[in-house]
Write a protein that binds this ligand. Sequence first.
Ligand code: AMP
Length: 416
Amino acid sequence: MNIKDYNFQGKKAFVRVDFNVPLENGKITDDTRIRGALPTLKKILNDGGRLIIASHLGRPEKNPDERFSLRQILDAVSQHLGIEVKFAADCGNAQKEVEALKNGEALMLENLRFYAEEEGKPRNLPADITEDQKAAAKKAMKEAQKKFAQTLASYADCYVNDAFGTAHRAHASTAIIADFFDKNNKMFGYLMEKEVNAVKNVMNDPKRPFTAIMGGSKVSSKIDIIRNLMNKVDNLIITGGMTYTFTKAKGGKIGNSICEDDKLNLALELIAEAKSKGVNLVMAVDDKVADKFANDANTQFVAEGHIPDGWIGMDIGAETEKLFASVIENSKTILWNGPAGVFEMDNFSHGSRAIAEAIVKATHKGAYSLIGGGDSVACINKFGFANDVSYVSTGGGALLEAIEGKVLPGIAAIEK
Ligand code: AMP
């Protein structure tokens, strides 16, 4: 079902959102996630629906755990929605509060993860139990998880998933609950729909040339993504700290730069794989190096593979910036994950900014650009370009798994 075509009038709607917002002393320090869900929540209220808002917050270990209570954000949500949102202090036992809801009213459930059933993992198992006992506890938990999902489903006439950030988890409220609704009564929320479409834009039938820019510190954490992208992209820019593993593997000098010595063979394999698949693998030709890992370090520019002993590669150099920009600016589809250097330090953020600027230029020329996965989102926000690219994903881990080519349970549960 498509949310824009659904009439929520008189319907109880269970909406799974991601209100896992950062809190300091009970105050929200960044309300991006709440604002992200508003179009969906407002559509339901404006239609005259009965809104049930469900989310997790943090990683509670028991029920209840006041530090992780969603009551802390109730006022903020009420303010954003312009109505007084009611609260159900026990999300697994909220029938009474749900039944009291009238059309156009909203109820927020307490943190779903107060129940271990949400994630479906047994909690606090004694350390001395046997493997068989562990397996039995896991099996029992899976059954309990199904029951918990059924209870949540029983509150509502329809199910809306607007929590892309948890779409890669097969939790009770993100995936299993969907089995209790027929196809006409389950759907993505607007935010989730945008995320799903953004992934489809780049992963299925992208406009060419398609360039992926993979940065960040370690090859090992990006290996599955790089492998999957090799089958999709025309140009693959590998940058950031993982560059030095490749440079060392090719016999270059990398000084004290970050390097995964156990991944040197893997780096050579990836280079060979790119060649055999006709992927244009683009890597740094020069670096900005520093004599210590600090913003106020002494710096110099050197050719790639010629980093003096004791020096550290911290960012790409000017020639590399030009090289990357020319590839990016000629692309029609761009995916960016991971910075080109230690962008948190201003003196080593220039390369990441150059990449961001090239993406903005390409986007203005009509390219589709998707920025996603923690640090590149932080980069694009730091440089103030969030509105000059096609889409900035809100889902770190979920986006990365989608790019790895995995089926996300939260998406599959709606689409099946
Ligand atoms: P990741 O979490 O793997 O995406 O990596 C992001 C991190 O990589 C950021 O914190 C960057 O500071 C770091 N990074 C990027 N380039 C380098 C580099 N040349 N040396 C060390 N760390 C780097």
